[in-house]
Design a protein around this ligand. Structure first.
Ligand code: ADP
Ligand code: ASP
Ligand code: MG
Length: 481
C-alpha cells in the first residue's frame, strides 16, 4: 500500500491511512510505502534553489517550516511519551541535516544533482518515522525502513532507475523476515541509493514507482496506490471538472496516460508490475468505501476505443529544418544520440516524409541542454548551411488521446481532428505510433484546456451522472480483497 502526500498530509489523514494499514495487516502481510507530507518536497526543493542563489536565510527558514509541520503532527499523533520523545529527537536530527546540507549549498552557491537527491529525500525519511510510530500507537508492529537499504539504482540522479536483480535480493532479505514475524515495514517512497550507497531519487512523484518496484520484488498479490481521487479518471479533474471515474484500465493505457502527464501515476509506475501481471489499484484514501480503479492486463470496452485524454504542459517543441536536411542521411541518428547523451526524455517525435523538417518535444527543463547538445552534434551541418535552423517553441503542450481499443477502430483520428477544427484550434504537430494506443498532437499552450474539454465532451467520455460512476464494484473486487 502506498500513500501519497495528501493522504499523509496532516494528522487526521495520517490516522485514516494508519487505519487502512492496520485493517489490511489483520488480513495478511502488508508493506507500506509513504510519500513526504504534502508540500514538504516542494519546500525542500524551493529552499535548495534559494540557497543555490546565495540566499543564506533559506536553510534556517526551511528548518523552521519542517519542524512546525512534523512536530505538530507528532504532538497530536503520538500520546505515548517515550515514543514521542524518541520520534521528536529523530525528526530534529533529520531536520538539522537538511539545514546543514542547505547551508553547504548556500556557501558554495552550487547545487549538484547529487545534493538535490540527498536533500529532497528528507521529507520521506521524516514521514515514514511519523507513520510507523502512529501505527505503533494503534498496536501494529510497524518499523520505518529507508529505501536506500532496499532499492539499488543507477546513478542518474533525480531520475534514477532501479537495478532490479540487486533490488530484489536486498528487498527480500530485509523485508521478508519482518513480514514473517507479522511486522509492517513502512518504507520511504521516492528514494534509493546506488550500489556505492549514494542517495538517489526516482524523480518527482516517484513514490508510486517505489511501490511497484517493491511489489514486483516481493511477488505481491496486488499494489494499492492510495491517493486523493477516486481512481483514474477520463481526464485530469483540474482541467475537466466532469471527468468520469474509470473502474478499470489496462497497463498499456495507464502507462500512456502516465507518460503523457496524468499526475495520478508516476510515468514508470507500471514497468515493474505489468510483465508479472500484478494488478495495481488506484484508490481514494479519503473515501476508502469506493472500489477504485483496477489497472491490469486488459480494460473493458470503451467508446470508440478511447479510454481517457491527458495533456502535458511545461514542454517545448524543438524544430530542426531547412531544405538542406534532405542531404543529411544520419540527421536522426545524430540528433537522438545527442539528446540521449544528455538524458533528455523525448516525449514526441515527428518527421515529414519530405524530410525538410524534423521536430521533437522535451520537458522545458531539459530544453537548454538538449538543444545545446544537438547544435554541437550538428555543428558541421550547420556551418555548411545544410541545415538552416534549430528553433525552440516553449509555449506549447501535448494532448494525448489514449485507448488500447483504438487499434483498428476507424475514424477516431478524423473525429478528434474535426473537433479541434470546429473549435478553431491549430495543430502544430501530430504523432501516432503503430501500436495505435494513443494519438498525440501539439497545440499552443493557451489552447490546451479548450482542446481537452472539447474532445472529452464530443467523444462521450464525460460523467453521465452518479449512477454511471461505478458500474459493478462487487465484480471488480472479487478475488482480490
Ligand atoms: P499523490 O500525492 O497521492 O501521489 P498526486 O497529486 O501525485 O497524488 O496525483 C493525484 C492527482 O492527479 C489528482 O488529485 C488529480 O488532480 C491528478 N490527475 C491528473 N490526471 C488524472 C487522471 N486522469 N485521473 C485521476 N487523477 C488525475
Ligand atoms: N515526495 C515526492 C514528490 O513530491 C515523491 C512523491 O510524492 O511521490 O515528488
Ligand atoms: Mg503522486
Amino acid at each position: 500500500m502506498k500513500f501519497g502526500g495528501t493522504s499523509v498530509g496532516d494528522p487526521p489523514a495520517i490516522r485514516r491511512a494508519g487505519e487502512l494499514v492496520s485493517q489490511a495487516a489483520r488480513e495478511g502481510p502488508v508493506v507500506t510505502v509513504v510519500s513526504a507530507m504534502s508540500g514538504v518536497t516542494n519546500s525542500l526543493v524551493a529552499a535548495m534553489r534559494r540557497a543555490e542563489a546565495g540566499d543564506e536565510a533559506a536553510p534556517g527558514e526551511l528548518a523552521a517550516a519542517l519542524a512546525r509541520t512534523h512536530s505538530s503532527a507528532i504532538e497530536v499523533l503520538i500520546p505515548d511519551e517515550a515514543r514521542r520523545a524518541k520520534l521528536l529527537a529523530e525528526a530534529k536530527e533529520l531536520i538539522a541535516q537538511a539545514e546543514h546540507w542547505c547551508r553547504g549549498v548556500a556557501l558554495l552557491k552550487e547545487l549538484t544533482p547529487r545534493a538535490v537527491d540527498a536533500i529532497s529525500g528528507i521529507g520521506e525519511r521524516l514521514s515514514v518515522r511519523v507513520f510507523a510510530a502512529t501505527l505503533g500507537e494503534a498496536g501494529v508492529a510497524a518499523a520505518a525502513v529507508e529505501a536506500t537499504e532496499l532499492i539499488v539504482t543507477d546513478n542518474a540522479h533525480m531520475q534514477a532507475l532501479p537495478l532490479m536483480d540487486q533490488t530484489r535480493q536486498k528487498t527480500r532479505e530485509r523485508l521478508l523476515p519482518m513480514l514473517e514475524r507479522g511486522g509492517v515495514p513502512v518504507v520511504t517512497g521516492f528514494i534509493g541509493a546506488t550500489s556505492e550507497g549514494v542517495p538517489t531519487t526516482l524523480g518527482r512523484g516517484g513514490s508510486d514507482f517505489t511501490a511497484t518496484i517493491l511489489g514486483a520484488c516481493l511477488d505481491a498479490e496486488k499494489v494499492i496506490i492510495w491517493t486523493d481521487v477516486d481512481g483514474v479518471l477520463t481526464a485530469d479533474p483540474r482541467l475537466v471538472p466532469d471527468a468520469a471515474f474509470l473502474p478499470a484500465v489496462s497497463y498499456n493505457e495507464a502507462a500512456e496516460l502516465a507518460h503523457y502527464g496524468a499526475k495520478v501515476l508516476h510515468s514508470k509506475t507500471l514497468r515493474p508490475v505489468a510483465p508479472r501481471g500484478i494488478p495495481v489499484w488506484i484508490r481514494n484514501s479519503f473515501a476508502p468505501e469506493k472500489p477504485g480503479t483496477r489497472i491490469g492486463p486488459a480494460g473493458p470496452s470503451a467508446p470508440r476505443g478511447v479510454r481517457a485524454i491527458t495533456a502535458i504542459r511545461d514542454v517545448s517543441l524543438v524544430n530542426i529544418g531547412g531544405p538542406g536536411i534532405v542531404g543529411i542521411p544520419d540527421l536522426a541518428a545524430k540528433t537522438f544520440a545527442a539528446t540521449a547523451g544528455v538524458g533528455a526524455n523525448l516525449l514526441l517525435i515527428t518527421q515529414s516524409s519530405a524530410q525538410n523538417d524534423m521536430c521533437f518535444v522535451v520537458q522545458t527543463s531539459d530544453t537548454a541542454h538538449a538543444v545545446a547538445a544537438v547544435r554541437k552534434a550538428l555543428a558541421y551541418d550547420l556551418r555548411h548551411h545544410d541545415l538552416e535552423h534549430i528553433t525552440v517553441n516553449p509555449g506549447i503542450a501535448i494532448v494525448a488521446v489514449v485507448g488500447e481499443q483504438m487499434r483498428g477502430t476507424v475514424g477516431v483520428a478524423g473525429r478528434v481532428f474535426s473537433i479541434l477544427a470546429s473549435e478553431g484550434i491549430n495543430i502544430i504537430a501530430i504523432a501516432q505510433g503503430s501500436s495505435e494506443n494513443n494519438i498525440s498532437f501539439v497545440v499552443e499552450e493557451a489552447a490546451v484546456q479548450k482542446a481537452v474539454t472539447a474532445i472529452h465532451r464530443d467523444l462521450g467520455l464525460a460523467k453521465l451522472g452518479p449512477a454511471a460512476k461505478v458500474q459493478d464494484p462487487g465484480a471488480q473486487t472479487k478475488g482480490e480483497a
